[in-house]
Design a protein. Structure first.
Lengths: 466, 358
């Protein structure tokens, strides 16, 4: 009965024009033209997802009625696979262009000159309609030159999407790669949500931002737009009640892992997550020893500064700290994002591990120190031989817990364009529109990783403490 | 020069709020090798602080400590070398919790005296046998009783072959049932000729085992002598009161508007504390009778209730200053005598005292 009602309800939702949208919930992604357009329309509810994929999922799961985006975002094949269909095409017609940092005139002139001469229509036809691929002219590329750093605000076919072995495909990467090569520079592309990508532009961490960007006056205030390279219409998509059923689990696994070698995204992401976690644990513990020493110092100003440091770090969400480090502190240094992440997590870990060390040492009764001293041990030997081993036993569980919390915390590095394990699942998700399988896979991987780290640390620490 | 000699030692603690507390005011003493010295005295008079100052766990504020002809209070003195020769046994045992009993004992000799493991172990087993703990060599301290822990702690201290061992209230944290086993080990040590300094509240043990006794009071060594002197013929009244365990309750009344309820409560508390509740009511009735009837016109007046634990004697003293004649009339005496075991009227240096033994 409930299903039937839902069915009727869904079939009713079939708007034919923008006027019909009244009273419906529209799903769109953050930073798009549609977000701005419909946030001012009072009779329409807006569901703003972080990335396009999540906006589509919202409609499929009934959290929103209509998915609105550029028409090209959801080709007919994908519509069918996802059980969706186009309701109508909007009347507006938009110019799509690339975004550059304000005042970057040199690059702008080069890009516009390139767009004038490039076979844009043929390139676009290849990605949208499957026309034959237009071969790239044999440019001379200097591998040592500064790469052209593009940040894509979209990871969705046919605009721009990441394939196996980190290769970007789609209209935007195809054009921008040719452009980079025409300058003799290597091409580099990262994926970030559009808002973050635009910030990266102003801080110099990105040269060009692409995401099927529609030229609007609002946007033109904060970025410079290239010449338009494409014209697009808005598309309004709804759930197609007539299609049903789906793939079985095996097919889904295959689609999420095997097709386009997507498992490589997972393994690469896993490696990045591991590198960040292990380096941060090592560096953070080292700093933590310093924090602990300060906290136990006889000098008041040292204790005070350790307190201030801990309060400061604890008072800021790790994600915010990460963004500050990336977009403010190290913005102009050109430091690799992974290194920025390691520094950030080390700073956080230093605060928490320093506290754990301090508490562990304090929890060893002062009588143990007195007994050591009274037997004739020097204060140093008393600490290393008697207090420290006991402190390890008392602090080990908290410490390992903190390490595992760190591992889980690293899942936010996607915000600064690092493709870690979580981001890998996002990338796969945005290609396959399957939320379940990629998320379950990374869940299992995180779980196994946490278990392994726990075992490993117990092994190492127990051995060292002997 | 004596083996240990302490000169004008003082120790002042500064509280976190800035206030200062002087625990040791001026301690002087000489200790020879082979002496077994018990340090007794009321709580808070600096007994433990003195002991802890001797191995510099508690660095003194001023004064000097000489051990074996060397001043250990000078800055930079190698304290670890000193402490190898000066063992310490703590109230809270302080066994190393992460080591077995055997490891606890061999750790310091192996690390500090560089003894080979086999030798250290053999010796440790001998020591454990001496304190009756050999069968527990391989267990961890957490599974031992308090008495067992303390015996192991003594063995650990002995393993370094110290010249002297400082015992800081070794039985105070123990169950009464376990005090005996630790004291018997210590008695054995005392007979073997080891130099020992013992802070203790075990009065009988101190008397039987010690060669000398320090009675500490108000931050100084108040009286220093053989057990016989201290226990039988103490010079100071404070020493006498302490060794006889005399407790007292005292009220000075100088006018008629005193708080009699407070006196009543005080008497009750005193009697409960020293387990003489049956005497509470008679004492109260007697105090009331004396203050309001028999000696109504005598002010100021002092009443003092004393109880000697050792002899279980309770006495009520009523004292009036500058009085040479007894204030009691024969009628008073007649009324009082049936209520007490003994009624003594005596002049004192300051005035006149009526003592009623209950």
């Amino acid at each position: 009965m409930k299903n039937l009602l839902l069915y009727i309800l869904l079939s009713v939702v079939m708007p034919q024009s923008e006027a019909d949208l009244s009273g419906l919930t529209l799903a769109t992604s953050n930073g798009t033209y549609y977000q701005i357009k419909y946030s001012s329309r009072e009779d329409v509810n807006l569901y703003v997802a972080n990335i396009e994929t999540d906006a589509i999922q919202a409609v499929r799961q009934g959290k929103a009625d209509v998915y609105v985006s550029d028409q090209v975002m959801l080709p007919v094949e994908d519509q069918k696979r996802l059980g969706m269909k186009m309701a109508f095409i909007g009347e507006e017609c938009f110019d799509v262009a690339f975004a550059l940092r304000k005042g970057n005139t040199e690059l702008m002139e080069q890009l516009n000159a390139f767009l004038d001469t490039a076979p844009l229509n043929d390139i676009i036809a290849h990605w949208i309609d499957g026309a034959p691929y237009v071969e790239e002219p044999p440019y001379e590329i200097d591998p040592n030159a500064e790469p052209l750093h593009c940040v894509s605000g979209a990871n969705i076919a046919p605009i721009a999407y990441l394939c196996d072995e980190g290769e970007w495909k789609g209209i935007d990467p195809d054009i921008l790669r040719r452009f980079a090569h025409s300058l003799g520079r290597p091409f580099k592309m990262d994926f970030q949500d559009l808002g973050a990508a635009i910030i990266g532009l102003s801080t110099g961490q990105a040269d060009i931002v692409n995401a099927n960007l529609i030229i609007t006056e609002e946007r033109a205030k904060s970025v410079d737009f290239s010449k338009p390279y494409y014209k697009c219409h808005p598309g309004y998509f709804v759930v197609d009640p007539s299609t049903g059923g789906g793939m079985n689990l095996l097919e889904r696994l295959k689609m999420n892992l095997v097709t386009e070698n997507r498992w490589r995204l997972i393994t690469d992401g896993l490696l990045v997550t591991l590198i960040i976690t292990i380096c941060s644990i090592l560096l953070g513990s080292l700093l933590g020893v310093g924090v602990c020493a300060c906290r136990r110092s006889k000098r008041k100003w040292m204790r005070k500064s350790a307190d201030i440091y801990s309060d400061f770090i604890n008072g800021i969400p790790t994600l915010v700290l990460l963004l500050i480090m990336f977009y403010v502190v190290f913005a102009s240094s050109g430091l690799n994002a992974v290194i920025v992440a390691i520094i950030t997590f080390s700073l956080c870990f230093a605060s928490s591990s320093g506290g754990i060390f301090d508490n562990a040492i304090s929890s060893v009764p002062v009588g143990q120190t007195e007994a050591g001293l009274s037997l004739g041990f020097t204060p140093y030997k008393t600490f290393t031989g008697i207090v420290f081993p006991q402190a390890v036993c008392k602090g080990i569980n908290l410490y390992i817990g903190e390490c595992i919390a760190l591992l889980k915390n690293t899942s936010i590095v996607g915000y600064i364009a690092i493709q870690d394990l979580t981001r890998a699942s996002d990338l796969i998700r945005s290609r396959t529109f399957d939320a379940l399988v990629p998320l379950i896979i990374v869940t299992i991987l995180y779980f196994v990783l946490a278990w392994l780290i726990r075992r490993l640390l117990l092994l190492i620490i127990k051995k060292e403490a002997r | 020069m004596s083996f240990i000699s302490i000169k004008h030692l003082t120790k002042t603690f500064t509280n976190p709020d800035g206030s200062q507390l002087t625990v040791l005011k001026d301690v002087n003493c000489e200790i020879e090798k082979g002496e077994v010295i018990s340090i007794i005295g009321p709580s808070g008079t600096g007994k433990s602080t003195l002991l802890r100052a001797m191995n510099m766990l508690e660095p003194p504020t001023s004064g000097e400590i000489w051990v074996d002809g060397e001043n250990i209070t000078v800055k930079g003195y190698p304290l670890d070398k000193l402490r190898c020769k000066m063992g310490m046994v703590f109230q809270s045992f302080n066994l190393f919790e992460h080591m077995t009993v055997l490891q606890n004992i061999i750790y310091a000799p192996m690390q500090l005296l560089h003894k080979p493991e086999s030798e250290a172990k053999a010796e440790a087993i001998e020591l454990l046998k001496k304190v009756g703990m050999a069968q527990k060599a391989d267990v961890y301290p957490s599974s031992l009783s308090g008495g067992q822990k303390q015996r192991v702690a003594i063995a650990r201290s002995l393993a370094m072959h110290p010249d002297v061992i400082l015992f800081d209230e070794p039985t105070s944290a123990l169950d009464p049932t376990m005090v005996g086993e630790v004291l018997s080990v210590m008695r054995q040590l005392a007979q073997s000729g080891l130099t020992m300094l013992i802070v203790t509240h075990e009065m009988r043990f101190a008397r039987n085992v010690s060669t000398r006794i320090f009675f500490m009071n108000e931050g100084i060594i108040y009286e220093d002598g053989t057990p016989e002197q201290i226990y039988e013929h103490p010079i100071h009244s404070a020493t006498k009161a302490f060794v006889n365990r005399i407790q007292q309750l005292r009220y000075d009344i100088d006018s008629d508007d005193f708080d009699f309820l407070q006196i009543h409560t005080g008497i009750n508390r005193f009697c409960i504390k020293y387990n003489i509740t049956e005497k509470g009511e008679p004492v109260y009735a007697l105090v009331k009778e004396m203050l309001f009837e028999r000696m109504r016109k005598y002010r100021p007046i002092t009443i003092r209730l004393t109880h000697t634990e050792q002899t279980d004697v309770t006495a009520l003293d009523v004292m009036v200053e500058h009085l040479t004649e007894s204030p009691l009339t024969s009628a008073d005496r007649k009324a009082l005598q049936p209520k007490v075991k003994e009624l003594i009227e005596e002049p004192t240096t300051r005035g006149f005292r009526i003592k009623m033994i209950l």
